[in-house]
Design a protein around this ligand. Sequence first.
Ligand code: FAD
Length: 490
Amino acid sequence: DAALVWFRRDLRDVDNTALAEALRRAQRVYCVFVFDRDILDILPCKADRRVEFIHASVVELAAALRARGGGLIVREASARDEIPRLARELGVAAVFANRDYEPAAKARDAAVAARLQADGIAFEDFKDQVIFDGAEVLTQGGRPYGVFTPYRTAWLKRLGEDDLRAADAGAECGTLCAPALPPLPTLVDLGFAPTGLADLGIQPGMQGARATLAAFLPRLARYHEQRDFPAVRGVSYLSVHLRFGTVSIRQLVSLANAVRLGRGGEYGLASTAEAAEGGRVWLSELVWRDFYFMILDHFPQVVARAFKPECDAVVWETGAAAEADFAAWCAGRTGYPLVDAAMRQLAHSGYMHNRLRMVVAAFLCKDLGIDWRRGEAFFAEHLNDFDLAANNGGWQWSASTGCDAQPWFRIFNPVTQSQRFDPEGRFIRRYVPELNAVPVRHLHAPWLMSAAEQSACGVVIGRDYPAPCIDHAAARTRTLARYGVLKAAA
Ligand code: FAD
């Protein structure tokens, strides 16, 4: 029998469940990637870093499959039509793919499966992008968890060696097929312009993932101490690789788990108590990732609505002033240096540090009083690692509308956050150079400088850098009133 492996957000030929299963169960295995016009055509910007990342990763995947005697069929079409058409053309008995948890992807896969079935072709999907999917970690009552900590406890309790074994560890009986293939389309053929990923130090593909992981390993032991400071290279920067599957989640969890259990030596790392703590905290972040996939899978309504239905009663700011505030937030011109530095980091690189995602999200919802969905959509457009599950989870957490969210009456103070997490202002100075001459004691709230202090450093607020678009204390009072509907509903 022949099978067709449909690659989507799993752009690697190692430890890939669908590919491994196909090679285990079919004699001849074809591979395909579709540049899906249903997705590409609605991207508002035709210089999109994600498309460049995917394109380069597909080129690498095709070469890796060729080196194994196979090849990657690359099509540019609507995947809904193209996969059934190609499956018929090749005469395969089954199409294999790794499972996707986003509602639109589920609908697409259901449509493809129905069309295949009409032709007598099977569609099989596999768990690959998470360690445990929706139905695997449930409460004792058999319900999905809505709170992270008990979910993580149950998740860790369930974790066994089998869950971490590389998908391609077993015997293979099939061979990869090498049909005659036309040259791959270039990025420009797809209608997209290059974005200069290399200049940003972002290396796509499996090779990029390996290099990013190798650079992170020596930092893992201090992850728990450094991960909150955006000026420090403390985090892994692996999110874009997890997003497009150029690294396997099993590989990362195996590593984090071994380090957590004091077995860092297996990876050439320290086996100290400090390293174990780094491993424990990093693993916990990887569990958050599974958690939000599980939430999206069980509660797809979160895409449009608050996880907690009562939160849809919150009335957000609208009108000209809110539009001006939103525009200032998007442009990194709110007058709050840390918020602006973060938004400019996003515009410049497509990445934003986790601490800053929390700061700018809280600022949008709880200082500016703007609907979290607008911020979520802006992130979706700009983040290289944009992932519906984690993005929606992060926004709903910040807006206090989500499962296990920040309580609504807890309101980040953007100045205090700045003093705590960028104490020397190194991150701010990197992205807000117009404040370079401002002494660090004024950097977090430069509008508090007197006229004499402003002229002494040559930075006039309102001329060289915006005055704050909102007063935090007043905004805080309005936000408590806005969310007061929740208290009334309780
Ligand atoms: P590390 O700190 O090295 O963490 C390792 C991995 O764990 C990450 O790559 C990611 O896959 C996962 N992870 C870490 N934190 C979280 C989290 N809170 N939720 C889910 N997974 C997590 N992450 C995305 O991957 N895509 C998004 O679109 C996204 N949007 C976010 C929006 C908001 C408002 C917030 C507060 C967080 C968002 N996150 C998102 C989570 C987190 O900010 C990023 O995963 C992280 O900053 C990526 O950097 P890293 O790979 O260096 O992370």
